[in-house]
Design a protein around this ligand. Structure first.
Ligand SMILES: [Zn+2]
Length: 272
């Protein structure tokens, strides 16, 4: 799998003629000299994937100090056989990446076999807070594609959520409509619903109108229930009032009721 990643990255570099500078991943000449600075940079790139955060931070600082050569070394590292190194390189680009990093990050976000690498790659491609200025690239296209096709549910959820903060785009609308039509996972559907509300003003107007109608219908049903309860209550009240009025209006009946038990007992005793 790692070989596949490396060969695909190489193919991508060849197709797009991306500069690799001193590293020159196309040949082994640069790796023949032990004192060659590219070897040092490669070692630093591998250190980015170290389990120890202090070592990773040291490597990041040294690569950043190397400037363009450091960035190119990190780009080279995106094809490293070790997924932790690839992830470290993608993370390095979150703080130090340039526009030249967008396409390789996009490729890693869509095709790297490790979801941890894809997660960091899409973050580095899209994050604006960690950089002096955001990377230029087709972020909506990347997020829409991940939302539809990533194998990891969490990654898809994040990609869909990311589209809520991107400019309106027909591809994002089409992707969200597909998800709402075909997806059964409630979390993905909820995210797609919110993203589509942001991306498509017609959808937003339609669902808002439906929500208003539902609200009106609910309020009307509640009011009817309230009226029904009140009318039922007043019926019982009237019945009770009517009964007491009968007793008051006809004192003879009241007397009969009051004396009835005594009368019955006397009847049984044979005195009546
Ligand atoms: Zn960031």
């Amino acid at each position: 799998m790692a070989q596949f990643v490396e060969s695909e990255i190489r193919r991508l570099y060849e197709e797009n003629q991306w500069a690799i500078g001193a590293l020159n991943v196309q040949g082994d000449d640069a790796m023949s000299d032990e004192r060659d600075p590219t070897l040092e940079l490669q070692a630093l790139v591998e250190q980015l994937g170290a389990g120890n955060w202090r070592m990773a931070l040291e490597a990041e600082t040294a690569l950043a100090r190397a400037g363009q050569a450091g960035i190119e070394a990190a780009l080279w590292g995106l094809a490293h056989p070790n997924a932790r190194v690839r992830r470290g390189c993608a993370g390095f680009m979150d703080h130090h990446g340039t526009d030249a990093c967008f396409a390789p990050l996009q490729w890693a976000a869509l095709h790297d076999p490790a979801s941890s690498v894809r997660r960091v790659a899409v973050h580095s491609a899209s994050c604006q807070r960690c950089k002096p200025c955001p990377l230029t690239g087709d972020l909506v296209g990347l997020l829409a594609q991940m939302a539809l096709s990533d194998t990891n549910r969490r990654m898809r959820e994040n990609a869909i959520g990311g589209l809520r903060h991107q400019p309106q785009d027909a591809r994002a609308v089409a992707a969200m409509e597909t998800i709402l039509r075909t997806e059964t996972d409630p979390r993905l559907r909820r995210e797609a619903h919110h993203a589509l509300k942001h991306q498509d003003p017609n959808y937003r107007a339609r669902v808002d109108a439906q929500a208003r109608e539902r609200g009106i219908a609910t309020a009307r049903a509640r009011k009817e229930q309230q009226l029904l309860r009140q009318s039922t209550g007043s019926c019982e009240q009237r019945r009770n009032q009517g009964f007491s009025q009968v007793l008051l209006v006809h004192p003879a009946i009241t007397t009969w009721f009051l004396h009835c038990p005594a009368y019955m007992s006397r009847l049984f005793e044979g005195k009546a």
